[in-house]
Ligand binder design. Structure first.
Ligand code: NAP
Ligand code: MG
Length: 396
C-alpha cells in the first residue's frame, strides 16, 4: 500500500513521561504505516528544555506560527520535586503558558464521544466544547482588606486628569477587589471563538452577566455582538450555524437540558469552573482533547490530560500499562485533518476521519483501556496501550 505524502509539514512537539512513550507508539503503530509524516520536530521533554534553557519551547511556538498547525505531547510543568528529580538548572515556566503567551490563543476543550460509553448526563450525546477566556478578571485582580470605617473608590488617571467612583462607604471591616480586562484581549477571544465554531461547523454560545454588570460584562457582550455582525454573520449563515447570546445562568440551565453539539464561550472564571464540571460529566479526562486556536489562524492540538506520571513509574519497572491513548491520538488526527484542510489535501482529511472511526469502533466493539472499564456498559476486554493501538491499526 502506498503511503499518503503530506504536502506541507506540521510542528511536532514531543513531551514527557508516559505520554512520550504513547507518542512513539501512536506514530509507529497507527500513523507511519499509512502516512509519510512530514513534521518539524521539537523535543519539549524536560531534559531538552533544560539543556536549551527553554529555547526549544520558543522555537516550537515560532514553528507553529510559521507552519499554521502544531501537535503537542503532554509536558511536565516543573515544581521543586521535579527540579531535584531532573537536576534542573532552574524552574522553567509551563510550556503551554509560553506557547499561549507567544501565540495569543484561546483553548477549546472538547470530549471524544463514544456511543454507548456512559456519560454522567445521559442526554449529552454530542460534544460540548468549552472556550475559556484566559486573561484578566479575578485572575489578575488586586485585593485589599478594609480595616474599618472609610470610603473605597475606583480611581482612573490619564492625561485628562482623574475620574473616580465610590465603591462603598464602609462602616466597619470589609474587603475590596479591583478587576480589569482589555478590549483587545476580548476581541481576540471573540475572533478565536467565531473561527473555531466555523471550523467545526457548530453553533457558538456566549454567556455572561450583562444584566448585573452593566459596563464590565456588557463590554464582553457588546464586543462579541459587534464582531459577529460586522465580520462573521454572513459566514455563519453560509455554514448554517448560529451565534447565540444568553445570560450565564440561563445558559447553564439550557446546557443541562441540551443534547450538546455546540461551542460555549465563557469568561475566565465561568470557564474555569464549568470546564471541570463538563469534562467530568463526559466521563474521563483521557477522552478530552484540547486545541489552541490563535487569532492569526494557527491551530495547536493536544490532549487535555498530563503526562500520566503514575503509569510512567510502573512502565519504568517493566510493567505494561493500560494508559488510554485516545486524547493524544485525536490530537494527531486533529492536526493532520487541519493540515489537509489548509492544503486542500482530501486524502489526509479522510485518513484522519478513518483513524478516528477505527479508534471509536475499537472501543464500541469492546476492546478498551482500564480507565474506560467503569464507563463501558457490558463485559469488555481491557488491554494495554500498545495492544489497543494494534487493534485500531488492524481495523484501519
Ligand atoms: P495527569 O497526567 O493527567 O494524570 C492524573 C491521573 O489521571 C493519572 O494518574 C490517571 O489516573 C488518570 N489519567 C490521566 N490521563 C490518563 C490516560 N491517558 N489514561 C489513563 N489514565 C489517565 O495529571 P497529573 O498527574 O496531575 O500530572 C502529571 C504531570 O503532567 C505533571 O508534571 C503536570 O505538570 C503535567 N501536566 C501537563 C499538562 C499538559 O502538558 N497539557 C496538563 C496537565 C498536567 P490513575 O493513576 O488513577 O490511573
Ligand atoms: Mg479549573
Amino acid at each position: 500500500m502506498s503511503r499518503i505524502i503530506m504536502k506541507n509539514p506540521i510542528a511536532e512537539l514531543d513531551g514527557d513521561e508516559m505520554t512520550r512513550v504513547i507518542w512513539r507508539q501512536i506514530k509507529q503503530i497507527v500513523l507511519e504505516p499509512f502516512v509519510e509524516l512530514n513534521t518539524e520536530y521539537y523535543d519539549l521533554g524536560l531534559p531538552e528544555r533544560d539543556k536549551t534553557d527553554d529555547k526549544v519551547t520558543v522555537e516550537a511556538a515560532e514553528a507553529i506560527r510559521r507552519l499554521g498547525v502544531g501537535v503537542k505531547c503532554a509536558t511536565i510543568t516543573p515544581n521543586q520535586g521535579r527540579m531535584t528529580e531532573y537536576s534542573l538548572k532552574r524552574l522553567y515556566p509551563s510550556p503551554n503558558g509560553t506557547l499561549r503567551a507567544m501565540l495569543d490563543g484561546t483553548v477549546f476543550r472538547s470530549p471524544i464521544i463514544v456511543p454507548g460509553l456512559k456519560s454522567y448526563i445521559p442526554g449529552w450525546t454530542k460534544p460540548i466544547t468549552v472556550a475559556r477566556h484566559a486573561y484578566g478578571d479575578v485572575y489578575k485582580a488586586v485585593e485589599m482588606k478594609v480595616p474599618g470605617a472609610g470610603k473605597a473608590e475606583i480611581v482612573f488617571t490619564d492625561a485628562n486628569g482623574e475620574s473616580r467612583k465610590t465603591i462603598y462607604e464602609f462602616k466597619g471591616e470589609g474587603i475590596i477587589q479591583g478587576m480589569h480586562n482589555r478590549v483587545d484581549s476580548i476581541e481576540s477571544f471573540a475572533h478565536s471563538c467565531f473561527e473555531y465554531a466555523l471550523s467545526v461547523k457548530q453553533p457558538l454560545w456566549f454567556s455572561c452577566k450583562d444584566t448585573i454588570s452593566k459596563i464590565y460584562d456588557e463590554t464582553f457582550r457588546e464586543t462579541f455582538q459587534r464582531i459577529y455582525d460586522s465580520e462573521y454573520k454572513a459566514r455563519f449563515e453560509e455554514a448554517g450555524i448560529s451565534y447565540f447570546y444568553t445570560l450565564i445562568d440561563d445558559a447553564v440551565a439550557r446546557a443541562v437540558k441540551s443534547s450538546g453539539g455546540f461551542v460555549w464561550a465563557m469568561k475566565n472564571y465561568d470557564g474555569d469552573v464549568l470546564s471541570d464540571m463538563i469534562s467530568s460529566a463526559f466521563g474521563s479526562l483521557a477522552l478530552m482533547t484540547s486545541v489552541l486556536v490563535c487569532p492569526g489562524g494557527q491551530f495547536e492540538y493536544e490532549a487535555a490530560h498530563g503526562t500520566v506520571t503514575r503509569h510512567y513509574y510502573r512502565y519504568l519497572k517493566g510493567e505494561k500499562t493500560s494508559t488510554n491513548p485516545m486524547a493524544t491520538l485525536f490530537a494527531w488526527t486533529g492536526a493532520l485533518r487541519k493540515r489537509g484542510e489548509k492544503d486542500a489535501q482530501t486524502e489526509l482529511v479522510d485518513f484522519a476521519s478513518c483513524l478516528e472511526k477505527a479508534a471509536i469502533d475499537t472501543i464500541i466493539s469492546g476492546t478498551i483501556t482500564g480507565d474506560m472499564a467503569a464507563l463501558y456498559p457490558g463485559e469488555a476486554k481491557v488491554v494495554d496501550c500498545e495492544s489497543f493501538l494494534n487493534e485500531i491499526a488492524a481495523r484501519l
